[in-house]
Design a protein. Structure first.
Ligand SMILES: Nc1nc2c(c(=O)[nH]1)N[C@H]1C(S)=C(S)[C@@H](COP(=O)(O)OP(=O)(O)OC[C@H]3O[C@@H](n4cnc5c(=O)[nH]c(N)nc54)[C@H](O)[C@@H]3O)O[C@H]1N2
Ligand SMILES: Nc1nc2c(c(=O)[nH]1)N[C@H]1C(S)=C(S)[C@@H](COP(=O)(O)OP(=O)(O)OC[C@H]3O[C@@H](n4cnc5c(=O)[nH]c(N)nc54)[C@H](O)[C@@H]3O)O[C@H]1N2
Ligand code: SF4
Ligand code: SF4
Ligand code: SF4
Ligand SMILES: [Mo]
Length: 898
């Protein structure tokens, strides 16, 4: 520590601290333009100039680069300093168009503010102002070089924080500007339109196009809330003018650190105000097949009477309900309460069934809890090695992807295990481009090598695990050579990866659907925990087994008990004590039999065992495997009700549609992938007869004879806390005060739990599951010779119900395609961009070929977002034996010229 004086105040600061930080720590603000917190100072704008007196000598220096030293005397606001800053501003303006009145950033420009503060109205420099061309190619933002002060904030943000590096400073003297490599249009670079550079720009040079819709002084409020797309759980403000969301500003949340991806910044509000929103209850007229507008009483009476009739005739288990993982915890809790208390069945589930149910089931078996073990910050900030298995975070969890890119820039090693050349594979030290469906063989091979090399952690194994001898016996067979053959990888690469992972001090496994969406998905997941248990990388910082959960609140939907065997907080339906506790809390007899999984409900409907279905915000006609079979199931039902925002493919099959409201129109909480419960806040109220989903559930419960008072979202959370030990300390009031809290949070003064399984596993001992490699259910043959994998792209979210209503996203990515290997394409005479027919045993579609080497020969890949050629007409509804998750990631297809 050193002592110095800043503006007469004595300040203590650590050696190496900048004067800027030291001043800030005692509340002295020094103006900056180019400076970005957490990055090395750029020092280019010179706005933070201060006077520093050292042993009698005084000089001017930039406070962002100058460091503290014993005895310095710093003056931050003398006339000399102010004059220097005036000169800086004068210089900057010499090259800057100053018709502020017509600038979109007017009123929200740091340069304008500083010029005002320092009394610089116009430049004293005479000379030519050049008119540089504006780049308008990106659908969301514009770059006007004539307003650019070359502070490099955008470039530094893109390179060092976003980790993308799409833009650069093009030094051309007085005409310098921000540019793109090879001078292509912005839209044609590797830019992912995240807009983080735009938010960083202190002037009007980089501005969102939507800024022309409003002026800062017209804004009524900014509402802090949570992104409704992926489970990263980014925090942002919805900017509201006249009851309309006009913009989004990133907030500094625990998981996003001020960053957003393109969907959070630009794809999260158009759908809210879309004219396609369903505004009134609709009842299908079975004579005409058309939906007709109904009153709420008509619709709710019909729903309750039909469900009661089915219950009376066929019993409670002929009814089922699916909860919406896109909606808040409070909504999911009420949905499962409705199914359990009013339907009288445990046939309740959520889209985790088709997503991470294998994680929930698998990690519960081996560790005792199916959630991510460590926080995002912890597994991206300090690890030495990241092992990324079947996860494409740059597209599916982009803000996590950005933090992984930062880790790699800092020198963290990266092992990518993925059948495709995902972008992160290019940054990887080792890419195991394995054959789809062979994760268990890969993991067993890794363990074989670790044991062979004697790198297993015997202390950890002896103290904290069971089942080691059995797994040791099994993996003996999985020699690198054998595994290399099964997985189509290089044995030496496998060996290197095993040693790199085992020897690292901090090394998290991060995985996603490439592991879970298989007929052996649960065993794939347990293979991930097997690897971590073997080297003792659990229960401590920078390690763990980390499933990146998918939907914004899929963690929450599971936590809230929208699962057929679990009450809220994973309390088991099959445990008589738990059942008795919920019977008391909810004041009714409950069904003691665990329910049927969502993926088994459709076959049950076809068989006639399930007659009535209530789907709250899911679109299985688009998203479940084997579309023909889903449609057949829906058509087999006696009565089918939906809560929806839009007339989705699935909603078309409903008898009644009840219009709910979106995340921007209600209060509540989402739980992100790191178990962090964060607030969702109401920003707007729209015209129409839409109602809170929780109020709709309450009315149906009452009409079906279960007395349920109307509760606010905060009151529902209090009820959740009262019946769920892991949520006991959570309330809206506390979240509003403290920000997000990671469960388990067992009392009002419990701080929450960032890292799980410290000292002891939730299950007691960690269990090595004896997993053997079993091939996928449907393998290529002569008739269908190619493997099809499916997944997602950056710009769209699942069915596009929400992102498809943002025109800019549709402009960037609006059509389906299939990735093929060039060898396969040439063999059947297909070129990049050709139309192709893709068929499987279940259906056929047409789409466009993307030919290259991203996938290996014999393999193809498609997104499932697009109605023109949806992959799910082809996929296989083969289910995993534990979690009943479908094998979306492997089926056999034939590709032909269309
Ligand atoms: N932009 C966008 N983001 C999303 C979503 C979205 O629709 N759009 N959806 C959200 C949801 S619901 C989820 S669950 C997550 C999913 O997020 P991810 O699981 O990351 O996404 P996917 O594209 O389904 O698959 C990930 C990777 O698995 C690889 N893979 C396929 N088969 C195998 C295999 O057998 N082994 C291995 N090791 N890898 C394999 C694929 O090549 C792919 O790169 O994303 C969430 N985020
Ligand atoms: N081929 C293939 N298929 C897949 C996958 C794959 O990798 N490959 N992945 C699977 C995965 S991981 C998942 S999670 C599923 C996702 O599948 P789904 O859950 O079916 O897809 P979403 O588009 O998220 O559907 C959510 C619906 O809820 C509505 N909604 C959103 N918020 C609210 C609300 O607050 N209230 C009401 N009433 N409605 C609301 C939206 O309008 C939307 O129609 O898809 C699966 N399908
Ligand atoms: S929008 Fe994002 S990716 Fe594109 S240039 Fe800006 S920071 Fe880079
Ligand atoms: S575009 Fe904005 S952030 Fe980038 S250098 Fe110019 S003024 Fe700075
Ligand atoms: S990373 Fe996920 S949560 Fe964050 S802004 Fe993007 S879609 Fe939203
Ligand atoms: Mo998902």
């Amino acid at each position: 520590m050193v002592r110095l004086t800043i503006d007469g105040k004595v300040v203590e600061a650590k050696k190496g601290t900048s004067i800027l930080h030291a001043a800030e720590s005692v509340g002295i603000k020094i103006p900056t333009l180019c400076y970005i917190k957490d990055l090395l100072p750029d020092g280019s704008c010179r706005m933070c100039m201060v006077e520093i007196e050292n042993r009698g000598r005084t000089k001017m220096e930039t406070a962002c680069t100058a460091q503290v030293a014993e005895g310095l005397v710093v003056t931050t606001n003398s006339e000399k300093v102010r004059n220097a800053r005036r000169n800086v501003l004068d210089m900057l303006l010499s090259n800057h168009k100053t018709d502020c009145f017509s600038c979109k950033a007017n009123g929200d420009c740091k340069l304008q503010d500083l010029c005002y503060e320092y009394g610089v109205a116009k430049t004293t420099y005479e000379g030519e102002q050049t008119d540089l061309p504006i780049d308008d190619s990106n659908p969301f933002f514009t770059y006007n070089p004539n307003l650019c002060i070359l502070c490099h904030r955008c470039v530094n943000t893109c390179h060092k924080i976003v980790g993308r590096g799409a833009i650069d400073t093009m030094e051309r003297g007085f005409d310098s500007a921000i540019g793109t490599p090879f001078h292509v249009d912005w839209i044609d670079t590797t830019c992912e339109s995240c807009g983080n550079c735009v938010q960083a720009c202190p002037t009007g040079a980089l501005t969102m196009k939507r800024r022309k819709e409003y002026r800062p002084y017209q804004v009524d409020k900014k509402v802090l809330t949570t992104c409704p797309h992926c489970a990263t759980g980014c925090q942002y403000y919805l900017v509201v003018k006249d009851n309309k969301i006009v913009d989004v500003e990133a907030a500094n949340g625990a998981s996003n650190k001020g960053l957003l991806c393109v969907k959070g910044r630009s794809g999260c509000f158009d759908f809210v105000h879309s004219p396609d929103r369903i505004k009134y209850p609709l009842i299908k007229n079975h004579e005409t097949g058309e939906f007709e507008r109904a009153t709420w009483d008509e619709a709710l009476d019909l729903v309750a009477s039909k469900f009661l009739e089915i219950k009376r005739k066929y019993g409670s288990d002929a009814l089922a309900g699916f909860a919406c993982s896109r909606s808040p915890n409070e909504d999911c809790y009420m949905m499962q309460k409705l199914v359990r208390c009013a339907f009288g069945t445990n046939n309740v589930d959520n889209c985790a069934r088709v997503c991470h149910s294998a994680s929930v089931a698998g990690l519960a078996m081996t560790l005792g809890s199916g959630a991510m073990t460590n926080p995002i910050e912890d597994i991206t900030k300090n690890p030495d090695v990241i092992m990324l298995v079947g996860s494409n975070p740059e597209e599916a969890h982009p803000v996590v992807g950005m933090q992984i890119r930062q880790a790699v820039q800092r020198g963290c090693k990266l092992i990518v295990v993925d059948p495709r050349d995902i972008d992160l594979a290019k940054k990887a030290d080792i890419h195991l481009k394995l054959r789809p469906g062979t994760n268990v063989a890969f993991a067993n091979g890794i363990m074989h090598i670790i044991i062979e090399e004697g790198l297993q952690d015997m202390d950890f194994i002896n103290e904290r695990t069971e089942g080691y001898e059995k797994i040791k016996e099994i993996v003996k067979d999985y020699t690198p050579e054998k595994v290399a053959k099964i997985c189509h990888i290089d044995a030496e690469d496998l060996r290197k990866a095993a040693i790199m992972y085992a020897k690292a001090d901090m090394a998290p496994i991060i995985y996603c659907l490439g592991v879970t969406e298989h007929s052996t998905g649960t065993e794939g997941v347990m293979s991930m925990s097997n690897m971590a248990l073997l080297v003792g990388k659990l229960g401590r910082p920078g390690c763990g087994v980390n499933p990146l959960r998918g939907q914004n609140n899929v963690q929450g939907a599971c936590d809230m008990g929208a699962l057929p065997g679990d009450f809220p907080g994973y309390q088991k339906v099959s445990n008589p004590e738990v059942l008795a506790k919920f019977e008391k809390a909810w004041g009714t007899k409950l069904n003691p039999n665990p329910g049927t999984h969502a993926t088994d409900i459709f076959p049950a409907a076809i068989r006639g065992d399930v007659k009535g279905l209530y789907i709250f915000g899911e679109d299985p006609v688009v998203t479940d495997p084997d579309t023909h079979h889903v449609i057949k199931a829906l058509e087999s039902l006696d009565f089918f009700v939906m809560n929806e925002l839009f007339m989705t493919e699935t909603a078309q099959y409903a008898d009644v549609i009840l219009p709910g409201v979106s995340y921007a129109e209600k209060e509540g909480t989402f739980s992100n992938t790191e178990r962090r419960v964060q607030r969702v806040r109401k920003a707007v109220e729209l015209e129409g007869e839409m109602r809170l989903d929780t109020d709709i559930f309450t009315d149906i419960m009452n009409r079906m004879g279960y007395p349920q008072p109307h509760l606010t979202s905060a009151e529902i959370m209090d009820e959740i806390a009262s019946v769920t030990p892991s949520f006991a300390g959570i309330s809206h009031e506390r979240l509003d005060k403290e920000g997000g809290i990671q469960w388990p949070c067992t009392s009002k003064d419990h701080p929450g739990t960032p890292i799980m399984h410290v000292g002891k596993f939730t299950r007691g001992l960690g269990w090595f599951y004896p997993a053997e490699y079993v091939p996928s259910a449907e393998l290529p043959d002569d008739e269908y010779p190619t493997i099809l994998m499916t997944g997602r792209i950056l710009y769209h979210y699942t069915t596009r119900a929400m992102t498809g209503r943002t025109p800019g996203l549709m402009q960037i990515a609006g059509k389906s395609f299939i990735e093929m290997n060039i060898e396969d394409a040439e063999a059947i005479g297909i070129k990049d961009g050709d139309r192709v027919k893709v068929s499987s045993r279940r259906g056929e579609i047409e789409t466009t070929a993307r030919v290259g080497t991203k996938v290996s020969p014999g393999e193809t890949w498609m997104p499932f977002h697009f109605p023109d050629g949806n992959a799910n007409w082809l996929t296989n509804a083969a289910l995993d034996k534990y979690a009943r998750i479908p094998e979306y990631k492997v089926c056999a297809v034939k590709v032909e010229k269309a």
